[in-house]
Design a binder for this molecule. Structure first.
Ligand code: DGP
Length: 111
């Protein structure tokens, strides 16, 4: 999508500190980290909400989760990590392209 920041990062039109890329997704460092390690896993396909999942997108998100888990040690997250998907304004979703926050590198609190 033309004006989507994450589509532009996926396309290589905007810079990002990418740590992983495959046919399904890119993973890059969040520009405003809230944990010692804060990555964003972004599907290459543009959609905003989990409510837009169909069979193909459900499989895509499943592969993303599988690959996040497989690559967690390479991301420096062998000790554990937290995944967050903000959905909508009340949850604080600011970028209208589905993304999975990957948080870790420290003991995480829960508030
Ligand atoms: P959310 O609030 O769930 O929509 O999270 C969006 C995250 O995206 C937020 O933590 C900041 C990050 N972010 C926004 N713009 C950019 C960008 O241009 N580059 C990178 N690396 N991260 C961005």
């Amino acid at each position: 999508m033309e004006n989507c920041i994450f589509c532009r990062i996926v396309a290589g039109e905007l810079p990002a500190a990418k740590v992983y890329e495959d046919e399904d997704m890119v993973v890059f460092k969040d520009i405003q980290p809230i944990a010692k390690i804060h990555l964003l896993a972004v599907p290459k396909e543009h959609f905003k909400y989990l409510s837009e999942l169909n069979a193909e997108r459900t499989a895509l998100v499943g592969r993303m989760l599988e690959k996040i888990a497989a690559n967690a040690p390479a991301f420096g997250l062998a000790d554990g990590y937290r995944l967050v998907i903000n959905q909508g304004d009340s949850a604080g979703q600011t970028v209208p392209h589905l993304h999975i926050h990957i948080l870790g590198g420290q003991k995480l609190g829960w508030e």
